[in-house]
Design a protein around this ligand. Structure first.
Ligand code: PBG
Length: 337
């Protein structure tokens, strides 16, 4: 901090002076939240007027896409500009290679078309990974007991194009195969989807905080034992995600994601500082579950604690945040501004 004057000292300097009045507290606030920072993840199921509880995520529901439209309408009213949709499909449609992922009439494609028809301006983000579609629950193809990188990419290219053709704005590869961003970009371009954006889960850690999500999409029946550490990042590493992000940026990613969120603020900070690139945090299902349980038991004050978690993502360097609390957060942000 070589620009700092050396004579900052008490009592001439009182750090509390600006904190004493609300107006100056607001004037000197360095980071602020906007409803446009928020991305709401949504879980979709087949049917009409259907809503299912997710045991490990209190207050979050899987919904049929007619009901999702109502949520999306509320998002728009609140100033939320983007959603991420995740399917929970029937086990009968799953197989070992995730074939349903490339069916042009699968649940996610039908949902995208339905949303786009009703709300053409909302940004729709679709996950690119095979886990909602495979019986084993891994994100890729298993060959000789290993998730096979290059063969998985062939399917991910098709899955991405499938979603782009349905009208999705952003494909978000969350599978963590090496080289998939470049291959997906080339495949989309070759098929004239030059403006479909790629938001890559570039710094995705092998985290125990994803378990509630796996229940939500119905890929948890092999229990907590599924081990994705041969493709997701070891939580002990901070240089490795930087290399991963640099690969994805050089392969044509438009935006990148750091995931999970709260335990990984140092990663967000380093990545933003290193690349100065659009960077998003994902406050994942396990973080949601921890917080919501504490809110329901009144251990934490929901509005304050929630806003604090989100503000800290921005302070660390995130441009936006995926959060299951997006609607509640938006209501609080509107009150604050
Ligand atoms: C699937 C995927 C996961 C999440 C988003 N996409 C889980 C996983 O990798 O096992 C986690 C989201 C959350 O926990 O909220 N590839």
């Amino acid at each position: 901090m070589k620009n700092l004057p050396t004579n900052i000292s008490f009592p001439r300097t009182r750090m509390r002076r600006t904190r004493m009045r609300k107006f100056s507290l607001d004037l000197v606030q360095e980071t602020r939240l906007s409803t446009t920072d928020l991305i709401l993840p949504l879980f979709v199921i087949e049917g009409r007027n259907k809503k299912e509880e997710i045991e490990s995520m209190p207050n979050i529901f899987r919904k049929s896409n007619d009901l999702l439209l109502k949520d999306i309408e509320k998002c728009i009213e609140l100033g939320i500009k983007a959603i991420a949709i995740f399917p929970n499909i029937s086990k009968k449609l799953k197989d070992d290679i995730g074939s349903e992922a490339i069916n042009p009439d699968n649940l996610i494609c039908r949902t995208v078309r339905k949303i786009k028809k009703e709300f053409p301006d909302i940004g729709i983000i679709c996950d690119v990974a095979l886990d909602p579609y495979t019986l084993h629950g891994h994100d890729g193809l298993i060959i000789n007991e290993q998730v096979d990188n290059d063969k998985t990419i062939k399917l991910l290219e098709k899955q991405s194009l499938n979603q782009a053709m349905a009208g999705c704005d952003i494909v978000a590869p969350s599978d963590m195969m090496d080289g998939r961003v470049g291959k997906i970009r080339d495949f989309l371009d070759k098929n004239n989807y030059i403006n479909t954006q790629i938001m890559s889960y570039s710094a995705k850690f092998s985290s125990s905080f994803y378990y509630p999500f796996r229940e939500a999409i119905g890929s948890n029946y092999i229990g907590d034992k599924i081990d994705k550490s041969s493709y997701q990042i070891n939580p002990g590493n901070c240089n490795e995600p930087i290399r991963g992000v640099s690969m994805d940026i050089s392969e044509g990613a438009d935006m990148i994601i750091v995931k999970p969120g709260m335990n990984y603020l140092d990663i967000i900070y380093r990545i933003k500082k290193t690349f100065k690139f659009p960077t998003f945090a994902y406050q994942v299902s396990g973080e949601y579950a921890m917080l919501e349980n504490a809110f329901q038991k009144k251990i934490l004050d929901k509005p304050r604690a929630l806003i604090e978690t989100l503000l800290c993502f921005k302070r660390a360097g995130a441009d936006g945040i995926f959060t299951y609390f997006a609607m509640d957060a938006a209501k609080e942000i509107i009150k604050l501004n």
